[in-house]
Design a protein around this ligand. Sequence first.
Ligand SMILES: [Zn+2]
Length: 168
Amino acid sequence: MNLSKYFMSAAILVAQNSKDPNTQVGAAAVSEEDRRIYGTGYNCPPFGIPDSAVPAQKPQKYYYTIHAEINAILAAMASAPLNNPILYCTLFPCHECYKLAIQAGIKKIIYFAEVAGETWKGESRETTLKLQELSKVPIIQFTDADDAVYDLLQHLRGIHYNTYRSIR
Ligand SMILES: [Zn+2]
């Protein structure tokens, strides 16, 4: 398996841990030079708070949820120093995660699928793109997907992942 597929597969696998009823998101902060995964994360409430204790419906659930990307970055920073860290994400990053990624020294973001939920499609996505122009930290869509990667995606909740299989 090539390195890029390995890292994206790790992000997809860890997303399966998410209990989110609508969208399971995963991320992995990695070093390509060292062929190493620094940290992974999925969308969930903070440690010690059970998923069953927080609202499952939008928009209330957003106030309780930490995004996969932030969890992956926090896990990676615990294993610092980071060597040119790259963040692999199953979804296009929201503006909050992208800001944090820049601040954490992430050098590049590779995402699999576009966001589908209305909350993240409009102003959030535009802000991420504007921040990309300003910061020059590239956000690049993953292009190495093969049957093995699509098979992993099939297990994730989030209809937008599976639409990719039919249009490729
Ligand atoms: Zn986010």
